[in-house]
Design a protein around this ligand. Structure first.
Ligand SMILES: Cc1cc2nc3c(=O)[nH]c(=O)nc-3n(C[C@H](O)[C@H](O)[C@H](O)COP(=O)(O)OP(=O)(O)OC[C@H]3O[C@@H](n4cnc5c(N)ncnc54)[C@H](O)[C@@H]3O)c2cc1C
Length: 369
C-alpha cells in the first residue's frame, strides 16, 4: 500500500473527483481507501434481488446550476433528464409540495391567481426582518398555518430538534412558490446518471494510476502506511481521535419493501410530516427511468447517531458549528492533509457542491505545484 503520491480516504464524490483529476491531469498515483465494500459513498446504487435499481443510502436527486460540474461529470455518464416531484401527506390527503399555487388553492378550497396568493401570504407571514433560525425563516415567508402543516413536525422528526434550534438554511432551502411550478428543486439541470451513480464512479476511478482498496478503514491502516499527501473525506472528529468530543450527526434507518406493482405511489417521494414514525417513502424507480413490473419503496426512519452507525447529516446549528471550528483549527495546522467533503468539513453539502469544491481543491493543488 505504500509509495503512492496521494492517499485518499473515501471513495465518495470528494475522494473520487480528486483521484480522477490527480491521476488523469497530473499523472499522480493515488490509493483510494474506503471502509465500505463499494465506491460512490452515499450516492451508491445497486440492483436489488428483484433487479430494481435502488439507492442504498437514501434518494440522491442530482441537480446543479454549475456548467463546470455538468461538463466534468458528463465525461463519465450520459444523463436521464427528470423533474423530481414530491407530495406531502397530511390531514388525510396528498398535498403538492414544495408549497405552490396548487397547494394554496387546495388549502383555501377555491381557485386563485399568483397575485392573490402573494397578497394572502403577506397577511399570513410574520414580520421577522432577519430570521435567525429555521422556524423564523418559514414563519417570515408563509405564517403559522402552513408552517405547522408542512414544516414543524417533519423537521422535529428528522433532526430531533425544534426548527428554532436549527440554522435558517435547513428549512430555508425549500422553495416557496406562488406559481404552479411543482418541481421539488429549482436548479437548471436536473437529471440522473443514465446507468446509475455507481457506474459513473466506476468510470471515474478506472484510470491506471488509481488503486481502490475497499473494506479498508483508514483508522486501522494509518500507522502502517506512508504517503506523500493525504486527502481525507471522513469524519473530522474521528481523524483527531475525538479530542474535543463527538460532533453530533443525524442517522437514518432505511426499510425497503418490494411490491408486485409497477408503481406504489404517485411520485418519487411522499413526505409524512404529521403521520407515522418515518419521514418519507421514496420510490426511486420514478426517476431512474427503469422499466420493471415490480417496484421497491423505502421508508426512511430518522435515528440518533452513535459511533458505529452511519453519520448522514451534520447538524447545521450554532452550537455544533462552534465545536466543528475547534476541529477546523487542528485541521488547518496539517499542511499535508486536505480535508474535503461533507464529513470532513461538517457541511450540509449537495453532490454538485462537493464536486465543485473538489474541482476547486484540484485547481489549488495545480497552482501550488
Ligand atoms: C439520505 C441522504 C440523501 C441525500 N440526498 C441528496 C440529494 O438528493 N441530492 C444531493 O445533491 N445530495 C444528496 N445528499 C448528499 C450527498 O450524499 C453528499 O453531498 C455526497 O455524498 C458527499 O460526498 P462526500 O464524498 O463528501 O461524502 P460521502 O459520500 O459520505 O463519502 C465519504 C466516504 O468516505 C468513507 N470513509 C469515511 N471514513 C473512512 C475511513 N476512516 N476509512 C475509509 N473510508 C472512510 C465512507 O465510507 C464514504 O464512502 C444526500 C445525503 C444523504 C445522507
Amino acid at each position: 500500500m505504500d509509495g503512492y503520491d496521494y492517499l485518499i480516504v473515501g471513495a465518495g464524490f470528494a475522494g473520487a473527483v480528486l483521484a480522477e483529476r490527480l491521476a488523469s491531469q497530473l499523472g499522480k498515483t493515488c490509493l483510494v481507501v474506503d471502509r465500505r465494500n463499494h465506491v460512490a459513498g452515499n450516492a451508491y446504487d445497486y440492483h436489488n434481488d428483484a433487479g430494481i435499481l435502488v439507492h442504498k443510502y437514501g434518494p440522491h436527486y442530482f441537480r446543479t446550476n454549475s456548467d463546470d460540474v455538468i461538463d466534468y461529470l458528463s465525461q463519465f455518464t450520459k444523463w436521464h433528464p427528470v423533474h423530481y416531484r414530491i407530495l406531502s401527506w397530511t390531514h388525510g390527503d396528498y398535498w403538492p409540495f414544495p408549497i405552490n399555487l396548487n397547494t394554496f388553492e387546495k388549502l383555501t378550497g377555491k381557485s386563485a391567481s399568483s397575485a392573490e396568493m402573494v397578497k394572502t401570504l403577506e397577511r399570513w407571514r410574520h414580520d421577522i426582518p432577519s430570521p435567525k433560525n429555521s422556524k423564523e425563516v418559514v414563519l417570515s415567508q408563509i405564517g403559522t398555518r402552513l408552517y405547522e402543516m408542512f414544516f414543524e413536525n417533519y423537521t422535529r422528526k428528522h433532526w430531533k430538534r425544534d426548527p428554532s434550534e436549527l440554522d435558517p438554511s435547513v428549512c430555508g432551502r425549500i422553495p416557496i412558490r406562488t406559481n404552479r411550478d411543482d418541481r421539488y428543486l429549482s436548479d437548471k439541470f436536473q437529471a440522473m446518471p443514465k446507468e446509475g451513480y455507481t457506474a459513473m464512479f466506476d468510470k471515474m476511478l478506472a484510470h491506471p494510476n488509481i488503486t481502490v482498496a475497499l473494506n479498508t478503514d483508514y483508522q486501522t491502516i494509518r500507522k502502517q502506511i506512508t504517503h506523500k499527501r493525504l486527502i481525507y473525506t471522513g469524519m473530522i472528529d474521528e481523524y483527531f481521535d475525538f479530542v474535543y468530543g463527538d460532533l453530533p450527526y443525524r442517522s437514518l434507518s432505511f426499510v425497503p419493501e418490494t411490491h408486485d406493482l409497477e408503481f406504489y405511489q404517485p411520485v418519487v417521494q411522499v413526505n409524512y410530516p404529521n403521520d407515522h414514525d418515518y419521514t418519507r417513502i421514496v420510490e426511486i424507480k420514478h426517476v431512474t427511468g427503469q422499466q420493471h413490473s415490480q417496484t421497491t419503496i423505502v421508508k426512511e426512519y430518522p435515528q440518533d447517531f452513535k459511533r458505529g452507525r452511519e453519520a448522514y447529516y451534520p447538524i447545521p446549528a450554532p452550537d455544533t458549528r462552534e465545536r466543528y471550528h475547534r476541529y477546523r483549527q487542528l485541521a488547518d495546522s496539517e499542511p499535508n492533509t486536505i480535508f474535503l467533503g461533507r464529513l470532513a468539513t461538517y457541511r450540509y453539502y449537495n453532490m454538485d457542491q462537493v464536486v465543485a469544491t473538489a474541482l476547486n481543491a484540484f485547481n489549488t493543488i495545480t497552482q501550488n505545484q
